[in-house]
Design a protein around this ligand. Structure first.
Ligand code: UTP
Length: 475
C-alpha cells in the first residue's frame, strides 16, 4: 500500500519527502511507526529552525550588543562572622519550607551522555570511590537524609528520555528506590537531527527518524505533560502542596540538593527562579555565565561568549563576567506553570556526529560532525522570571560534574574530588587523614549521605581519635 498522499504532500511542502524513501521495504508495523514519528514532528517549526540555525551562515546568534552586557549582582558566600550568622538565619526559612513539605526535587537525567560513552543511563554510573555507588544512589540518599532531617519525606521527580526511561526506572526499582518514599519518572520530548549542510531530517533506520532528547529546557514542558491518567507532575505537585522545586542535573555528585540556605535566599527575595554560580577560573572555561542585559538577568552559553567579553577584567584584575552557572536552580512551581502556558524556550543548535542511513540504505557512522540537533536550555527561563537570586557557591565543595571518559570532569577527577571533600569533613571532625603532596586525599573515601549529610553531622557522630589508614567507606 502506498503512503497516504496527504502525508506525501505535507512532506514535499517541507522538503522532507526522503523520509518515505524506504517505504516499500517496510512491513506494516514499521510503516505505522514511521508515520507516527513523522506526524509527531512540527514541520512548520522545524522549517524555521532549519532556516535560522542550520542554513543561515551566522546561525545561533542571540547575543545582545556587547556594551549592554554587564556583570550581575550575586549574593557572595558569607565571609565574616556576621554574614555567617545572617546566612544561618536565612537557612531557617528554607528549613521551614522543607519541614512544611513545600519542596520537591527535580533531577534531570534525560541526556545521552555521549562524551562519557558509558553503556546505560549516566545516573547508573558507579562513581562512588570505594563502593562504586551510582550517581542515582548518591543523589537519592541525600534526598532521603534531608527528608529525615526536616521531618518530611521529599518527593523526587526524575526526567528521563524515551531512550533511557525504562532502564532508569528499572534501576530504581531494582534498588527499591533507594529508600525514597515518592519517586515519579517523567519523559522529555525529542527533536529530529538534521544534516548540517542540507537541513534534511536524518533517518536512523529505514523506518526510523534520528530523534534525540530536546535539551534540559524540555524539563518545563515535560513537567506539564499529563501522564496516562491525565495527571501531570505539576498537577501532582499542586495536590501535594509543593510550591518550590530544587532542580539539579545528574552528573554532579557534589550537588547540595534542597539546600536550605539557597531555598531561604530564594524565598526571602520572593524569587521565581534562582541560580547557584561559581567564580570562573579563566576566560575560556566552559561554563555559561550569568550576566545582566539592560538590567535583566540572562545566561550566555560559553560557546556564545565572545572572547572580548570573556576576557573583560575588573580594575583589580578579576574577570568582570565571573558568575558561572553550575545548573543548580530553585524554581517556583507557579513560575513553571506560567511559563509553559505563555512562552516557549528558544532552540539552540548543537553540531554532533549522528549515525544515519544514506540514500542507498547503508548505515553511515560519521567520524566528523555531520548533523545539527536542536535543544532548549533551562537557563533561558531566567529572563522570564520576575525576580531571581544568584547565589555564589564554593566550587570545590559543590561542583565536580562527570562529563568525560578521561581528562577533566572524568571518573578520576570526580572520585578524587569527592574523596577530598570527605577528607575535609573527617579532619573537621578531628580525624587524621593522610594527604598527597598536593594536599588531596591519599585514600579513596566515601561517606553515605545516610550516615552524614554534611560536615556538621559527621562531627556529631564520629568517634574521637579516628584515623584514616586506607580506602574508607562509611555508611
Ligand atoms: P549535558 O549537556 O552534559 O548533556 O547535560 P548530556 O547529553 O548528558 O551529555 P553529552 O553532551 O552527550 O556528553 C547536562 C544535564 O542535562 C541533562 C543530562 O542528563 C545532564 O544531567 N539533559 C541534557 C537532559 O536531561 N536532557 C537533555 O536533552 C539534555
Amino acid at each position: 500500500m502506498p503512503p497516504d498522499p496527504e502525508l506525501v504532500t505535507y512532506l514535499k511542502l517541507h522538503g522532507q519527502e526522503h523520509l518515505l524513501r524506504f517505504w516499500e521495504e517496510l512491513d506494516s508495523v514499521a510503516r505505522g511507526n514511521l508515520v507516527r514519528e513523522i506526524r509527531s514532528l512540527d514541520l512548520d517549526r522545524l522549517d524555521s529552525l532549519i532556516h535560522s540555525l542550520v542554513l543561515t551562515e551566522n546561525g545561533d546568534s542571540s547575543l545582545p550588543p556587547i556594551d549592554r552586557v554587564k556583570p550581575i549582582d550575586v549574593r557572595r558566600l558569607p565571609r565574616t562572622d556576621a554574614e555567617r550568622v545572617a546566612r544561618r538565619q536565612v537557612a531557617e526559612i528554607g528549613a521551614a519550607a522543607l519541614a512544611a513539605g513545600e519542596v520537591g526535587v527535580v533531577l534531570v537525567a534525560g541526556g545521552s551522555g555521549t562524551r562519557l560513552g558509558f553503556e546505560g543511563p549516566k545516573g547508573t554510573y558507579p562513581i562512588g570511590a570505594v563502593t562504586g555507588s551510582s550517581l542515582f544512589q548518591i543523589h537519592a540518599e541525600k534526598i532521603v537524609a534531608a527528608g529525615k532531617r526536616y521531618g518530611k519525606p521529599i518527593p523526587l521527580y526524575v526526567m528521563t528520555s524515551p531512550e533511557n526511561n525504562q532502564s532508569t526506572s528499572d534501576f530504581f526499582a531494582t534498588h527499591k528506590n533507594f529508600g525514597l518514599s515518592h519517586v515519579r519518572f517523567f519523559v522529555q520530548g525529542q527533536m529530529p537531527a538534521v544534516d548540517q549542510s542540507t537541513g534534511k531530517v536524518l533517518l536512523a533506520g529505514a523506518g526510523q527518524i534520528a530523534l534525540s532528547p530536546d535539551g534540559h529546557g524540555g524539563t518545563l514542558k515535560a513537567l506539564a505533560q499529563p501522564d496516562q491518567s491525565g495527571v501531570s507532575c505539576l498537577d501532582e505537585m499542586r495536590n501535594l502542596g509543593i510550591r518550590t522545586l530544587s532542580y539539579f542535573q545528574v552528573d554532579n555528585p557534589l550537588v547540595r540538593i534542597a539546600d536550605p540556605a539557597f531555598l531561604g535566599l530564594h524565598r526571602q527575595a520572593g524569587a521565581e527562579m534562582s541560580f547557584k554560580v561559581i567564580e570562573k577560573q579563566f576566560p575560556e572555561e566552559k561554563l555559561g555565565v550569568v550576566v545582566s542585559v539592560d538590567g535583566i538577568a540572562q545566561v550566555i552559553e560559553y560557546s556564545d561568549l565572545p572572547p572580548v567579553l570573556a576576557e573583560r577584567r575588573e580594575p583589580e584584575g578579576g574577570l568582570e563576567l565571573w558568575a558561572g552557572s553550575i545548573a543548580v536552580h530553585i524554581l517556583e512551581r507557579s513560575f513553571i506553570e506560567r511559563l509553559v502556558s505563555e512562552h516557549s524556550l528558544p532552540y539552540h543548535r548543537a553540531f554532533k556526529k549522528v549515525a544515519y542511513i544514506n540514500d542507498s540504505g547503508t548505515l553511515v557512522k560519521p567520524s566528523t560532525l555531520n548533523a545539527v540537533k536542536f535543544e532548549t536550555f533551562i537557563f533561558d527561563a531566567l529572563p522570564l522570571a520576575e525576580r531571581s537570586v544568584l547565589a555564589e557557591s564554593n566550587r570545590s565543595i559543590e561542583f565536580e560534574p562527570l562529563k568525560n571518559a578521561t581528562g577533566p570532569d572524568s571518573p578520576v577527577t570526580v572520585r578524587q574530588q569527592m574523596s577530598n571533600v570527605f577528607a575535609d569533613w573527617l579532619e573537621g571532625a578531628g580525624a587524621i587523614v593522610p594527604r598527597k603532596p598536593d594536599g588531596s586525599s591519599e585514600f579513596a573515601i566515601e561517606i553515605s549521605p545516610l550516615y552524614a549529610l554534611d560536615a556538621v553531622e559527621l562531627k556529631s557522630k564520629l568517634a574521637p581519635g579516628f584515623v584514616v589508614e586506607g580506602p574508607l567507606a562509611i555508611r
